[in-house]
Design a protein. Structure first.
Length: 212
């Protein structure tokens, strides 16, 4: 006898659609947070190629200027919304971020994963990071933003992380462990102020070595 199909929760039904996810971002002022992350951490330069891993409906694209943007996400609803709502320098692809390979998008200068790693197991993270690091140019960088456990976080922030759709929220050091096989330099910063409500982010910037 086959297993009964998994019933999707109301939260998954809402956030799994582009319309619902966008409404959630508006309510939480997510556009402001995304712009702060783009300005303070992504720091994309004109002409760079940026790969947005787990891009959602492509809101990071609107925060970057004069870059070649590629977004990949497995959610067809997100990608269907993104394609007609962004300019010609943005490309959107439906795909599994754990099944990417080195030749998929050519050479990129920066890869970004906003709220992606905590949705993946350690093995899935390794598959994704292996592919991303192989696409990056020398000196290329990987920027991530993840919910995190931290001893100084408020109770509300801990509860929100516990009920997140992703089941693999980690401590700051565990995120570093995941990236260390692929990157020479890993800088992290724990932030409690990127949302207007209590929430703890681990901001990560990992860099490949540059050629001499």
């Amino acid at each position: 006898m086959s297993a009964a199909p998994r019933t999707r929760t109301v939260r998954e039904l809402i956030l799994g659609s582009a319309t619902g996810y966008r409404a959630f971002k508006v309510l939480t002022r997510g556009d402001q947070t995304m712009q702060r992350m783009a300005d303070q951490y992504v720091k994309a330069k004109p002409g760079e190629t940026v790969l947005d891993v787990g891009c959602g409906y492509g809101d990071l694209s609107s925060c970057l200027r004069d870059v070649n943007y590629i977004g990949i996400d497995s959610n067809e609803s997100y990608i269907a919304y993104a394609k007609p709502h962004h300019d010609g320098r943005s490309e959107f692809v439906v795909g599994d971020v754990t099944e990417m390979s080195a030749g998929d998008f050519g050479t990129i200068d920066c890869a970004v994963a906003i709220g992606v790693l905590h949705h993946l197991s350690d093995a899935q993270c390794a598959d994704m990071l292996r592919a991303v690091s192989s696409m990056l140019s020398p000196g290329g960088r990987f920027v991530a933003a993840e919910p995190a456990w931290h001893p100084e976080q408020r109770t509300t922030a801990r509860v929100l992380a516990a009920i997140d759709r992703g089941g693999n929220v980690r401590e700051e050091a565990r995120y570093v462990d995941l990236l260390s096989p692929w990157f020479e330099s890993i800088v992290t910063e724990v932030r409690h102020d990127l949302f207007w409500f209590p929430y703890t982010h681990c901001m990560i910037t990992a860099t490949l070595p540059s050629t001499s």
